[in-house]
Design a protein around this ligand. Structure first.
Ligand SMILES: Nc1ncnc2c1ncn2[C@@H]1O[C@H](COP(=O)(O)OP(=O)(O)OP(=O)(O)O)[C@@H](O)[C@H]1O
Length: 258
């Protein structure tokens, strides 16, 4: 099966400083991939480059057979949604109006929303349980509510590829499970989902594949049970962890610093 998004030999620099070094990563239809690594490993930088927001210093990111940065902006915005880490909202836009912005790449400028757009917006709000917030200004929401609204906007795009940077940070445990299930369902429906996570148990239970990143390099890329080991967690985070095999996946409990 050909990849939806393919990064090859990717080198990324910020202010002249190398941050990602020769990363190779492919996202196929149906992939639900967790990107793990310590603070500063280069995860956000990699995601921004995959989204076409940061030009590579070397290597390529190919979407639909073309370098992602060369695609017309509207086409890229229809194919790929990027949910940044801890995004803020500075305009007191109503929740429903913010989620509706997700349909912007699908419409002619100033065209009104078609019934199909409205149905997609409603479904995105239902999945993320923000329908009851529809009329509230986004500036007056709690952090977790805002995170769910921003995820709803990304889902309203109905993208083939969803890149989400810590989408469950700040959510209560119930909503964390809801969001991971929701992302899993998108992948099962044929999309590709790449999420940055710091919760190792959630990553292991829900993602079909985990990519471990450290100091700008990809150390491992494979099924959770293969890549999450006491040795890899020691190397990656400098922690001793208890890894238990449960019926529905691994449970990972950090015990202490090595
Ligand atoms: N504008 C910048 N100029 C120079 N270096 C930067 C810039 N932004 C980030 N960096 C550095 O690039 C490295 C990678 O940052 P990045 O945000 O990609 O890490 P991350 O893995 O997403 O971390 P976290 O888990 O803390 O979100 C870090 O060392 C960071 O200090």
């Amino acid at each position: 099966m050909s990849a939806l998004l393919q990064a090859s030999g990717l080198v990324l620099a910020l202010d002249g400083r190398p941050v990602v070094r020769h990363a190779d990563l492919a996202l196929h239809p149906g992939d639900f991939v967790g990107l793990l690594g310590p603070n500063g490993a280069g995860k956000t930088t990699l995601l921004r480059a995959l989204a076409g927001l940061l030009p590579p210093a070397a290597g390529t990111v190919v979407l639909d057979g073309r370098p992602v940065g060369d695609l017309p902006e509207a086409r890229r915005a229809r194919r790929l949604a990027y949910l940044p880490q801890g995004a803020e909202c500075h305009w007191p836009l109503a929740v429903e109006a913010l989620v509706a912005l997700g349909r912007l790449p699908h419409r002619a400028p100033w065209a009104s929303l078609a019934p199909a757009d409205l149905a997609t917006i409603e479904a995105a709000m239902r999945f993320t349980e923000v329908l009851d917030l529809a009329g509230r200004p986004v500036t007056q929401l709690s952090g977790g509510e805002r995170a769910r609204v921003l995820l709803a906007r990304a889902l309203a795009v109905d993208p083939a590829i969803l890149l989400a940077d810590e989408p469950v940070a700040g959510l209560d445990p119930g909503h964390q499970l809801d969001v991971m299930r929701l992302l899993g369902r998108r992948a099962e429906a044929g999309g590709a989902v790449l999420v940055v996570l710091h919760d190792l148990t959630l990553a292991a239970r829900f993602c079909r594949r985990l990519v471990l990143m450290q100091e700008g390099r990809i150390l491992a890329d494979g099924p959770p049970a293969e890549v999450l080991t006491p040795d890899s967690l020691r190397l990656l985070y400098g922690i001793d962890a208890h890894i238990a095999v449960e019926a529905d996946g691994l449970m990972v409990v950090p015990k202490g610093r090595v």
